[in-house]
Design a protein around this ligand. Structure first.
Ligand code: AMP
Length: 441
């Protein structure tokens, strides 16, 4: 299958060729014809699958071929959970649409409303917005949504997770009923289905990745370590190749800041990206990371959501996420488009339950290896049924963690992968689901 055979406008084919994209990814091959035919679309695809182009290309095609006479009202609205994702979608639209006369603008919080109002007043074809700030504009009557004939909900599952459902409903109620609606989500969980039932018209479904899986090109490694020694172990892992761009996940904003200070004190070039940083600081950190000015980007889950960094070789979980699904989102940053990726998690004894949740969700092996010099005083509890091991006590045979026989390059552990124990573990913990508090983009 080629982009030509999808019937896209020559100007788009040119832009794609310039980007070096030879063939559509599976989500693009599945979604583009459905969108061009004018159907509503429910697409299950995660970041890294090429989902942005799956809606951006047919949208640009439609706008280029059937543009009504010049009007100031926007024709298409893309809603995203985060500012970073909105900016990234806009960048992609501009890249793919560089040979077309289609204009777009972003509308998100954290920056002043004035320039956004001016852009809207001048007139744009596509608005890419986070829900909170769009509602602000609706209240100020600075945005006219009456001409929207295409609505795209990007990362809809994450918008619901972040508490945006009431905002989404308000926005949807303000849109023309006659429109095409495309919904992209990592999963088709029941709340997503409910949203689709309520607001979409006989949507076609396209699903390219089974829910909750990560690229098979990613290898997963866990290093058990005492919480107090995590920072030193992180330095040790980073020291294996200090030129390598590494994304490090921290569970909290405060933790991310502390970690950056620690890394900087150790001579590394690092920056944090999280919700308490100004939009400018976030944009700068991301672009410094992309250009290589900094080598370590420490991010919280929400800030990192949807960040597009090509072919990141390694992602490190300094803390495990509270919700197992976030592990999948975090790891979505590596192993993209067939490249090899490495996911390294530094796990302390008190995170054993979180690791069990992740192992249950992930249908792949996780290699668990101690790093020489950083062996934990208490082993991880991988089988919740087992009695709680006390300090110094050995684990039962079959669960003993492999210890490398020589000082290990931590990011290439050679301990054997523990397989199948995710299925064996039965800790009765399935029902524990910590929900994120509502957040405003
Ligand atoms: P996305 O899932 O939209 O975040 O895209 C993931 C990455 O894949 C981005 O870096 C895109 O630039 C890239 N990409 C999108 N479409 C293609 C394609 N057809 N071939 C190769 N790479 C692509």
């Amino acid at each position: 299958m080629s982009f030509e055979s999808l019937g896209l406008a020559p100007a788009l084919l040119r832009a794609l060729a310039e980007q070096g994209y030879a063939n559509p990814t599976p989500i693009q091959a599945g979604a583009i014809p459905v969108v061009l035919e004018g159907h509503d679309l429910l697409a299950a695809a995660q970041t890294g699958t090429g989902k942005t182009a799956a809606f951006a290309l047919p949208l640009l095609h439609k706008l280029s071929s059937a543009r009504p006479a010049a009007t100031r009202r926007p024709h298409a609205l893309v809603l995203t959970p985060t500012r970073e994702l909105a900016a990234q979608v806009n960048d992609n639209l501009r890249d793919y649409g560089r040979h077309l006369r289609v204009s777009s603008t972003t509308i998100f919080g954290g920056v002043s409303m004035g320039p956004q109002m001016q852009a809207l007043r001048r007139g744009v074809d596509v608005v890419i917005a986070t829900p909170g700030r769009l509602i602000d504009h609706m209240q100020q009557r600075s945005v006219d949504l009456s001409g929207i004939d295409t609505l795209i909900l990007d990362e809809a599952d994450r918008m619901l997770d972040m508490g945006f459902l009431p905002a989404l409903k308000r926005i949807l109620a303000a849109l023309p009923r006659q429109r095409q609606t495309l919904l992209f989500s990592a999963t088709f969980a029941p709340p997503i289905k409910a949203l689709a039932m309520q607001f979409m018209h006989e949507p076609r479904e396209v699903s390219v990745t089974p829910p909750n899986t990560v690229a098979t090109t990613v290898s997963h490694h866990v290093h058990p370590v005492d919480a107090a020694r995590k920072r030193d172990l992180l330095l040790h892992v980073l020291a294996q190749d200090s030129r390598r761009q590494t994304l490090v996940f921290s569970r909290t904003k405060h933790g991310a800041d502390k970690l950056v200070r620690y890394l900087e004190a150790a001579g590394l070039r690092a920056a944090a990206i999280h919700g308490n940083k100004s939009q400018n600081a976030r944009t700068r950190a991301l672009s410094d990371f992309k250009t290589g000015r900094i080598t370590v980007l420490v991010a919280t889950d929400i800030a990192a959501r949807g960040i597009d960094i090509d072919q990141l070789p390694i992602v490190i979980n300094f803390d495990l996420p509270m919700v197992a699904e976030d592990y999948v989102h975090r790891i979505g940053r590596t192993g993209r488009a067939g490249a090899d990726g490495l996911a390294v998690s530094l796990v302390s004894h008190d995170e054993s339950g979180l690791l069990r949740d992740i192992r249950r969700l992930l249908k792949q092996e996780i290699a668990i290896t101690d790093v020489a010099g950083f062996e934990p005083s208490q082993p991880l509890r991988l089988d919740a049924g087992a009695p709680r091991p006390v300090q110094g006590q050995r684990q039962p045979q079959g669960q003993r963690q492999q210890r490398p026989s020589r000082p290990a390059p931590s990011h290439r552990p050679h301990g054997h992968a523990q397989q199948g124990s995710a299925e064996r573990a039965s800790d009765g913990n399935h029902k524990r689901r910590r929900r994120r508090p509502a957040a405003k983009a």
